[in-house]
Every structure is written in structure tokens, then in C-alpha cells.
Design a protein around this ligand. Structure first.
Ligand code: ADP
Ligand code: MG
Length: 256
């Protein structure tokens, strides 16, 4: 077959939502992402696991363009990530991100936290944005907290607000970087349940987590990283029962 340029519409309508090709990233001498090839389909839930320092957070941050890459390409819904400007802000809004630390605006109420981005980036009318914010807060079970400030909420509640805030931008894909790692144990499930529901509703998700129960029940695919590389990937049953690489066997023996 000859190389032909494919019209944007054709690419956008294909099943591939997030595509990384030969992505490389260094921090000084450290080669933190090494030739990463990763394709995530619409509606797919991919759980990324691997030892600390393997590049999982950096991977998430490059997809949201919080980090630049040295070489390779990243496309979201068929469009390459632009370098800067309004277009970047828009594309970044297509990628919702939830961090380990909840990163809510401390001096804004819960409702304002979930309303602001809609008004500023999506140019949604304030009233509509607030209605949507309330609906989303209800959906993640914190509707009653709308007028409080983040510090008045538990960690689990704050993280659910962070999820609602990301969803308010109507993202095409949601990235979660160890969303439950900073939570007290009794709050982990309330956050995982919201994520489970989101997965069932068909959201495309990339989730870095050590919660293997979540990986087993929600993931379509497990991606195992070590030393900046994707070492192996498989459906959860296969990965957990029959990991192929020594690195994955070693990792699983330590956490399971
Ligand atoms: P993981 O999330 O898998 O624990 P990270 O992506 O956070 O891994 O980090 C991968 C490697 O890159 C680590 O060795 C880390 O110390 C290094 N690193 C991460 N961010 C930076 C940075 N901003 N500057 C320099 N080194 C970094
Ligand atoms: Mg990390």
C-alpha cells in the first residue's frame, strides 16, 4: 500500500483515541520514556502499573502536555498535540486529569471549582456551568458539599470533586495518576467506585494505580512499565495469572 495522507475526519472517526508513537523523553541524562508506542481505543480502560520511577506519571503528563516530549508523536482523537496557545488549552481540556494530590483551588468553593474551567476554557454560560457542576457533584456523591471549601471535605470527597471538575470539561479521555494513593484506606473505595461507574459508562480512561482489584475488575488492558519502557501489556486475567517478563513477575510478587 502506498502512503497516503488520511483526512482528519477519517482519523477522528476511527476507534483510536490516544495514540503515542515512538515517544521519547529525557530529564537531563535520564531517559525517562523510551520509544513508547501506545494506542488507546475509544471507551477502553487501560491500567498502567510498574515500579516507582518507571515513568508512569511522566507518561500521563506528556499526554496532557504538562511535559514536552523530545521525539515521537502524540495524537488525541486524530489531532497532534500542539505546542502552545489556545489550541493547546482546548486539547488539554479534552484530556481530564486527576492527580494523587487533589489539586483543588483552596480558596474557591466546591461548586466554583467545578464551574470555573467550564466558563473560562469551554466558554459555557455561568448558569449552565453551575447546573452542570451540581449534576456532576451529585453523580460523584458530593452534591451536598457544593458550597463548602475543599479543606472542609474529607480526602475521598475532595478527590471525587476533582473527578467532577475534570468531567465538567467534557473530556474525551480521563487520566488518573494514583488517585487513591494519598487517601486514608477507608476512603479508597468511594473513589474507586466512582471510577468503576465511569468505566461502565464508557469513558476512555488511563489509570495509574496500585489497586489491583480495580485493575482486575475495570481494566480492558494492563500496561506494565519498567525503566521508561512498556515491558508488556495484556488483558488483566492474562497479565495477573501469567506475566511473561521477569520484571513483571518480580513486581507482582512484591505487591500481591
Ligand atoms: P513513576 O510515576 O512511575 O513513579 P515518574 O514518571 O514520576 O515515575 O518518574 C520517572 C523518573 O523521572 C524518576 O527517576 C524521576 O525521579 C524522574 N523525574 C520525574 N520528573 C522529573 C523532573 N521534573 N525532573 C527530573 N527528573 C524527573
Ligand atoms: Mg508517579
Amino acid at each position: 500500500m502506498t502512503e497516503v495522507s488520511v483526512a482528519k475526519e477519517d482519523v477522528a472517526s476511527s476507534g483510536d483515541l490516544v495514540v503515542l508513537k515512538s515517544v521519547n523523553k529525557h530529564f537531563g541524562a535520564l531517559h525517562v520514556l523510551q520509544d513508547i508506542d501506545l494506542t488507546i481505543s475509544r471507551g477502553e480502560v487501560v491500567v498502567v502499573i510498574g515500579p516507582s520511577g518507571s515513568g508512569k506519571s511522566t507518561l500521563c503528563r506528556t499526554i496532557n502536555r504538562l511535559e514536552t516530549i523530545d521525539s515521537g508523536t502524540i495524537t488525541i482523537d486524530g489531532r497532534p498535540l500542539p505546542h502552545e496557545g489556545k489550541e493547546l488549552a482546548r486539547l488539554r481540556a479534552d484530556v481530564g486529569m486527576v492527580f494523587q494530590s487533589f489539586n483543588l483551588f483552596a480558596h474557591k468553593t466546591v461548586l466554583e471549582n467545578v464551574t470555573l474551567g467550564q466558563v473560562k476554557v469551554r466558554r459555557t454560560d455561568k448558569k449552565k456551568a453551575e447546573e452542570r457542576a451540581r449534576a456532576l457533584l451529585d453523580r460523584v456523591g458530593v452534591g451536598a458539599q457544593a458550597d463548602k471549601y475543599p479543606a472542609q471535605l474529607s480526602g475521598g470527597q475532595q478527590q471525587r470533586v476533582a473527578i467532577a471538575r475534570a468531567l465538567a470539561m467534557d473530556p474525551k479521555v480521563m487520566l488518573f495518576d494514583e488517585p487513591t494513593s494519598a487517601l486514608d484506606p477507608e476512603m479508597i473505595n468511594e473513589v474507586l467506585e466512582v471510577m468503576q461507574q465511569l468505566a461502565r459508562d464508557g469513558m476512555t480512561m488511563i489509570v495509574v494505580t496500585h489497586e489491583m482489584g480495580f485493575a482486575r475488575s475495570a481494566a480492558n488492558r494492563v500496561v506494565f512499565m519498567a525503566d521508561g519502557r512498556i515491558v508488556e501489556q495484556a488483558v488483566p486475567e492474562q497479565f495477573f495469572s501469567n506475566p511473561r517478563s521477569d520484571r513483571a513477575k518480580d513486581f507482582l510478587s512484591k505487591i500481591l
